[in-house]
Design a protein around this ligand. Structure first.
Ligand code: SF4
Length: 453
């Protein structure tokens, strides 16, 4: 019997997607997927390097696993994949000699071959963190259950890898490499196949999706490669909604704003990572836009789609951030009225310029700013959600609610979760619900009075 594999994923949606594709590639080769680490023949940790805590968590997990397996099942193969595997390579095996496999971010698709080699006794340890041309096109397979009760309604499609922006706080350009984009026909073929298998919403995925195709696809009629891709995906029958993440504010040219006015499947939802409201800090971060430019984009987006849901990422606290800088971030949050914001506590990353910047802020001040920002974001978010009460909203029903599986959940076009009393037959449907009440970043709808007013 072929060995079984368990993959544990840390970090972002890109990692989730990479793990899913690796799992699908392994299944295609005959491996089975284990339901837990306890019964798996291979345990892989797909790692994240964005914060030191994420790295320490994966290393700690591997130490525990190695000790446990040495005692109970020494034949189990242990491996690291992804960003930390890329940045630390051989060091991981030097530190944890029970680890058999280290696979970097351009080599995910080689995982099955390396496992074959290990099981065949051809090699005992494999470390591969090299660059590989064309690897961006290798994250393509999906695990989709053919069974209609379980087939997913939404899917992520990786359109590019890497980032050339080199924000001073970010390790991604070092772990994921430079920007590499797949071709439009390749992406469209994958989306078509997903639509044929019942997927109704596609999220185009990449570290900086708005830079998609920048070097390879010529601007046509004033439209960037990314907008040309949106148009091509928009044509696909069966795809009802299109989202993308993460964009960069500097990528919101007029062609993209105009695409929102023109492409109805492009839902009115934008995740625009601002990181700070202070021009001084935006410059230190090497973000490539000013506060004014950011506000200008929001204004244009709201002009073409007044219901646009806008979320963001904000970093607290970059070295050198003063109380004045922080207050600019608070005032920006008030001005934009974000639907939600993800606050990231700054974590110095090896070899990034910000790690060597002067003016590291004391822990107490960091915690205090974090709490103030969070309170403001929650207050603004609650107002947004409260405003939805009484409205009729269109949702795409994704499946049972995670918190209460007896209920169903869907998402509005502007990306708000709606929980309602429904049943399995609603799954995959686009329907209107009346919003009855708002909870914390969740709406509660009532399908009983569908379309009656
Ligand atoms: S745009 Fe900046 S924050 Fe985003 S992945 Fe690239 S370097 Fe990191």
């Amino acid at each position: 019997m072929m060995p079984s594999v368990y993959i544990k994923t840390y970090g972002c949606q890109m990692n989730e997607r990479d793990s899913e594709a690796v799992a699908a590639q392994l299944v295609a080769k005959g491996y089975t997927l284990a339901s837990s680490e306890a019964v798996a023949d291979v345990i892989l940790l797909n790692t994240c390097s964005v914060r030191d805590a994420a790295e320490q968590k994966a290393i700690g997990k591997m130490q525990t696993l190695a000790a446990e397996m040495r005692r109970t099942r020494p034949e189990v193969v242990l491996g690291f994949l992804g960003c930390m595997a890329q940045s630390r390579g051989q060091q991981l095996i030097d530190k944890l000699p029970d680890v058999d496999l280290v696979v970097g971010t351009q080599k995910f698709h080689r995982t099955a071959d390396y496992l074959d080699d290990i099981f065949a006794g051809k090699r005992t340890k494999v470390v591969d963190v090299g660059e590989e041309q064309g690897s961006e096109a290798a994250i393509r397979e999906h695990i989709l259950n053919g069974n209609t009760a379980e087939s997913p309604v939404t899917a992520f499609v990786s359109i590019m890898q890497g980032c050339n922006q080199y924000c001073t706080f970010c390790i991604v350009p070092y772990t994921r490499g430079g920007e590499r984009s797949r071709t439009i026909p390749d992406i469209v073929a994958e989306c078509r196949e997903l639509a044929a298998r019942g997927v109704r919403e596609i999220t185009l995925l990449g570290q900086i999706v708005t830079s998609y195709g920048k070097r390879d696809i010529p601007v046509r009629d004033g439209k960037s490669g990314f907008v040309q891709l949106l148009e091509a995906v928009h044509e696909i029958e069966g795809v009802e909604r299109i989202r993308f993440t993460s964009p960069h504010p500097k990528g919101y040219g007029d062609d993209l704003v105009e695409a929102y006015a023109r492409l109805p499947k492009l839902v009115e939802s934008a995740h625009l990572p601002v990181q700070s409201g202070s021009d001084r800090l935006l410059k230190l971060m090497h973000r490539g836009y000013t506060r004014e430019r950011f506000l200008g984009i929001i204004e244009k987006l709201r002009r073409v789609r007044p219901e646009m849901g806008i979320t963001t990422d904000i970093i607290v606290v970059l070295p050198g951030e003063t109380e004045l800088d922080f207050e600019e971030t608070l005032s920006l949050a008030r001005e934009v009225e974000f639907d939600n914001a993800y606050i990231f506590k700054y974590s110095p990353r090896k070899d990034t310029p910000a790690a060597a910047m002067p003016g590291q802020v004391a822990q107490a001040a960091k915690e205090e700013r974090n709490a103030r920002l969070l309170a403001l974001i929650n207050e603004i978010g609650a107002r947004h959600y409260e405003k939805c009460v009484g409205r009729q909203e269109q949702i795409l029903v994704e499946g049972p609610s995670k918190k209460n599986p007896a209920r169903m959940m869907g998402r509005t076009r502007n990306n708000k979760i709606v929980v309602f009393e429904g049943s399995g037959r609603h799954r995959g449907q686009i329907m209107d619900v009346k919003i009855k009440r708002a909870g914390s970043f969740t709406l509660y709808g009532d399908p009983a009075i569908l379309n009656v007013d």
